[in-house]
Ligand binder design. Structure first.
Ligand SMILES: Cc1ncc(COP(=O)(O)O)c(C=O)c1O
Length: 433
């Protein structure tokens, strides 16, 4: 009787959601979260779900980390909002900290925003303003957000763009070196070569490089399928950008803050961005994003040419300082690397002899499992089945990929060994076909 009442409470909220919330807001699981802690979300029935989705790579230090919560609570009592009326202490402290942990000493100038898409927009505005050039080059399969300009930059799935035309122009899209789904599955260098040939065609027949403000690229494609570009691609892109005076914008919205086993994924490549975008995991669950650039560029962007009412909110900044503190204290780069290696090793072992598991790839705790149908084409069907079966066993996993064919594993970076083990057991059960 009591259980039935609780279940009714859960269902009652879903019914209200169906009635009052704009249906465009798709959720992966029909679970109404009441609270969350560490690696678990608790629904209104009191049921616990092991969370391998972390609000799309946001709750990287675990849900409601006590140090992040304490920092946000303390800040609430002191100062909640200033916008651009005055300076505030936490913004300045966070900017200093971000400069300290940035992947290059030259990245020394910070601008804070509310969301990843807003960070992309600001960075593009800055690149255009500073270079005096209009054109942006992006990559096939990329995801950069849902505002109109970032929709135009997003090509990971048709449904992000369909019926939103006309989209902003002066954007040229070239192939991303996705070796597994290219003609060069076993020759990633050739796949990289193809990308640069396409860029040459672009420069020769479509747009002169002296009109190009920036390249924008994810160091590992997220929504596009957890695709790691072959070695050498990003360094070569950096060289090409330098040759033509083009800025290189690295989108670390999903990959940043220890997710891949380094503070930022670009550190795996030894490449220096001109502008680096950050969001998601930055404030441990509170909304905060931004970009870091070189002061030699940002000092050519005069005061007042860009701004934000809520960007760099004091409570979010306090939470971000605490989150970065937790990443350092709990050594989460090392932990992500170690747990990620363990999980990938075991998954690869499981995948042996199973043709429907095409590839297991990842860095740190950003792991993708790509599924094939019997003809070797991307299989959304199998992928959805795995997500569905996992949910039945009370574990949340998300999917991604241009065909919806990739399971993405993005657990909290401090997931316990026991929970990582439990996650693997649930996955193995769910991936038997
Ligand atoms: C790589 C990347 N860039 C930008 C965005 C947009 O961020 P937001 O949803 O905070 O606007 C996302 C969101 O998933 C992303 O993964």
């Amino acid at each position: 009787m009591v259980m039935a009442e609780i279940k009714n409470k859960n269902q009652a909220y879903l019914d209200m959601d169906d009635k009052y919330v704009n249906p465009v807001l798709a959720r992966s699981a029909r679970i109404v979260a009441e609270r969350a802690s560490g690696s678990y979300i608790y629904d209104m029935n009191g049921d616990a779900y092991l969370d391998l989705g972390t609000g799309i790579a946001v709750n990287s230090v675990g849900h409601c980390h006590p140090k992040v919560v304490a920092a946000a609570k303390a800040q609430l009592d002191l100062l909640m909002h200033t916008s651009v009326t005055v300076h505030h202490q936490r913004y300045i402290e966070l900017a200093k900290k971000l400069v300290e942990i940035a992947p290059s000493k030259k990245l020394d100038s910070v601008f804070l925003t509310n969301s990843g898409a807003e960070a992309v927009e600001g960075a593009i505005k800055m690149a255009r303003y500073v270079t005096g050039r209009p054109v942006v080059i992006n990559f096939r399969g990329s995801f950069h957000g849902r505002t109109i300009f970032t929709t135009a930059l997003t090509t990971s799935k048709l449904y992000y763009r369909e019926k939103y035309e006309p989209l902003p122009g002066s954007i040229y899209t070239v192939p991303f070196p996705y070796a597994y789904r290219s003609h060069f599955r076993n020759d990633p260098d050739k796949c990289v070569e193809e990308t640069f040939k396409e860029i040459e065609v672009l420069f020769h027949q479509f747009v002169h490089p002296d009109q190009v403000a920036c390249f924008i690229v994810e160091p590992i494609q997220g929504e596009g399928g957890y695709v790691i570009p072959p070695n050498g691609f990003l360094p070569r892109l950096r060289k090409l950008a330098d040759k033509h005076g083009i800025m290189l914008i690295i989108d670390e919205v999903q990959t940043g803050f220890a997710r891949t086993g380094k503070m930022f994924a670009i550190e795996h490549e030894g490449v220096e961005p001109d502008i680096m975008l950050m969001a998601k995991a930055m404030a441990g669950g509170l909304p905060l994003a931004g970009f870091i650039s070189k002061s030699e560029h940002s000092h050519k962007w005069p005061a007042g040419r860009h701004g934000s009412t809520f960007g760099g909110n004091p409570v979010s900044c306090a939470a971000a300082l605490a989150t970065i503190g937790v990443i350092e204290e709990e050594k989460l780069c090392e932990r992500a690397h170690k747990t990620g290696e363990m999980m990938m090793k075991r998954l690869r072992e499981f995948a042996k002899g199973k043709d429907y598991i095409g590839e297991i790839r990842g860095r740190g705790l950003m792991i993708g499992i790509e599924f094939n149908d019997k003809d070797g084409n991307p299989s959304k069907e199998l992928c959805d089945k795995v997500a569905e079966r996992s949910l039945e066993q009370k574990m949340i996993v998300l999917t991604c990929g241009v065909g919806g064919q990739v399971i993405r594993l993005i657990p909290p970076l401090n997931i316990s060994d026991a929970d990582a083990e439990k996650a693997l057991e649930i996955l193995e059960k769910s991936m038997k076909f």
